[in-house]
Design a protein around this ligand. Sequence first.
Ligand code: NAP
Length: 463
Amino acid sequence: MPIQSRNPSTGEIVKNFTAHTDSQVDVMIGESLAAHKVLTAMGFETRAAMLRNAADILEAEAERFGAIMTLEMGKTLKAATAEAKKCAIGARYYADNAEMLLADDSVETGAAKSYRKYLPLGPVLAVMPWNYPFWQAIRFAAPALMAGNTGLLKHASNVPQCALAIEDIFIRAGFPKGAFQTLLIGSDKVERVLRDDRVKAATLTGSERAGASVAAICGQEIKPVVLELGGSDPFIVMPSADLDLAVKLGTKARTQNNGQSCIAAKRFIIHADIYDDFRARLKASFEALIVGDPMLAQTDIGPLVNADALIEVTEQTADAVNCGANLISGGLPKGSGAGEHDGYYFTPGILENIPRHARVYYEEIFGPVALLFKVDTIDAAITLANDTPFGLGSAIFSANKTEQERAINEIEAGATFVNSMTTSHPAMPFGGVKRSGFGRELGAEGIRAFCNVKTVSISSIEK
Ligand code: NAP
């Protein structure tokens, strides 16, 4: 894939970038290792001060960063600006809390003194996707840098301007040379970086195919890896739910980021008693959304990221219809479609009566199409919620405590949100089970993921 910015609103190539050569990458890995030693010696307070500078830059220039995101991947400018501001919040959280999260942790063993100590590993390769081009990178970088690790970002090939802007933020914030660098490389060069002894660990957010490849190489190299992959999150609505809230958040959860979010609500599992009401309200809510130029304030949904995405979502929707599903709203390319300069717009769609052999039943649909299912009981809702290869997020809308508890305990997912939509928060672990990946970002688990959790036992302290 060429490293280039192509505007999804028009399909036009905005800028081409020259990839770093192997020897340039080798030098950058060397700088990363050197910076790791400098960063570790600095201590928490100094690192925190630099990260707060980065947060200040992110906040002060949120709209400028937002415009770069919108240009390269098509999310609305308002969502992109909010993303930059969320990055500032995330960075401040780790500046304020990393020392506490990584403090020596005393354990009673009978020795004079024993404790866990969290030590950084060194350079970490972060392979990141385009869909939240700032947040994905910052949610890795903030805890990693606070722990004393350094970051080598291999961003998606379609967001090089975002990747370079993020590197620039850390330089301007005062981080030592090499602490956070963007490698402009294609995915075919990831293996070479992973096999470099100086690179100690990897994290990948993206597709199963990419995750499996990176994990296999890390397995051969005996290096830790975190995988954040796709999802097909259930969104259960039971009769006692606040339907206004469920429809409002269901619409947002399915269509945020132009429908291209790993934790989007993708499968709406609705109790039969309220199915018709929910269906009618969701349809009205989807049809009120404004699809158009992502730079305009009134736009709710911009284009999909590229022509391949538009074709894929269109084909998955058509396949469901061919298999017997009903398309009750939208679900088609908008305007003349994937033409060279038309932009990659897609009207949000709703499918129901989806048979089990349709692709969307077991695949992730990475675009604004809601899948509606009708169930008679909470048992059926949970069984259906778990009938997927994925296990990332989940949500249940219900005022019934037993139903809430059952969802929390029985849904196979990395997160369950009750009466709200799935989101990420810097203080809470984020990740999945099943084919959604393993390991966690964010929270205590996230910052410790790239630490050597050293067991320290001191039998006698004095001579
Ligand atoms: P992708 O094609 O897997 O790309 C993600 C990153 O992996 C890019 O940097 C890409 O580089 C790289 N890559 C691709 N193939 C690779 C390979 N064989 N070896 C090494 N690196 C490789 O995924 P995407 O289409 O950009 O992102 C969408 C997917 O990400 C969805 O499934 C979504 O659910 C998932 N996602 C998950 C989370 C989460 O937290 N769980 C969050 C966001 C997105 P190139 O661009 O150069 O190909």
